[in-house]
Design a protein around this ligand. Sequence first.
Ligand SMILES: [Zn+2]
Ligand SMILES: [Zn+2]
Length: 376
Amino acid sequence: MKRDLYETLGVAKTADEKELKSAFRKLAMKYHPDKNPGDAEAEKTFKEISLAYEVLKDPQKRAAYDRYGHAAFEQGGMGNGGAGMGGAAGGFSDIFEDIFGEMMGGGRQRRSSGGRERGADLRYNMEISLEEAYSGKTAQIRVPTSITCDVCTGSGAKPGTKPTTCATCQGSGRVRAAQGFFSIERTCPTCHGRGQIIADPCVKCHGQGRITEERSLSVNIPAGIEDGTRIRLSGEGEAGLRGGPAGDLYIFLSVKPHEFYQRDGADLYCSVPISMTTAALGGKFDVATLDGTKSRVSVPEGTQAGKQFRLKGKGMPVLRSSQVGDLYIQIQIETPQKLTKRQRELLKEFEELSSKENNPESAGFFSRMKDFFDIE
Ligand SMILES: [Zn+2]
Ligand SMILES: [Zn+2]
């Protein structure tokens, strides 16, 4: 007694195309012979679900099955062998390509007639300085890449000869082999999937249709570019195989850490240490900026550590815009070290003369803390 096809797939009789496909997909993943090597039971189940799906996905076959049941496909049942299931040599691999081809992104799209293949994408890592990111630049890079062979213009065949269609696969690049009940599609062993045989290969490229060379490319790095940016140069990747389209070249940009500036988007930060006396008495200093000029920073009397001064428009340019970020100067105060006897005396004297108004934060801190925690 044969199992009901809907039951086999675990779907309702009213299941639509999508439900059928998804039910088949799930079961096929589970019972696929590749996942269950040597398991005869799994293979049998896989066979059943494949058959069920083969019938139900086809509206005509499905209608016949709904009407006549399995009898519709038994010898003579339909009269027309075209609708039959037995010995349908070509059928199954087609389902697999339908289902698994799209699921796994299949190698199929890469192939086209004549064994043409899209060239690989290339990656080029480029490191630039913050100054270069600031002003932008045109970089000359040398890319080792394969390009279309000039002798055979990419055909791979010796000039004057032509590639011939592979007799084993008739040019499809794939052959079907029976494996038990199934027919499995494989890459053609004669032409290795190209679909063509090159009897007289081009001497320069040995039949590949492309040769490896170093090319010089000019790359425009726009001002304001950020670390981690990827620039795509369409068609500048590896040449295609046997006349296929070229891949793309991707430039992965990294911006070197800067000695003095840290970057946050379009803003720059610079930590500047000043002496304790400059912080107390006030003073001035100059900072060099990325535009090649310098900016004067005035530190007022009584400047505290962590104080920030903003230099407007002295940051990084914003990519493809006229905006410019700011530069923030962050003040650090350096406590004097290795004091001489005289310096020590002066500081002691200074300390004796100090009042709460000189150091409102530190003078009040411990008494506020004591009060807060209610300790002695
Ligand atoms: Zn060639
Ligand atoms: Zn072949």
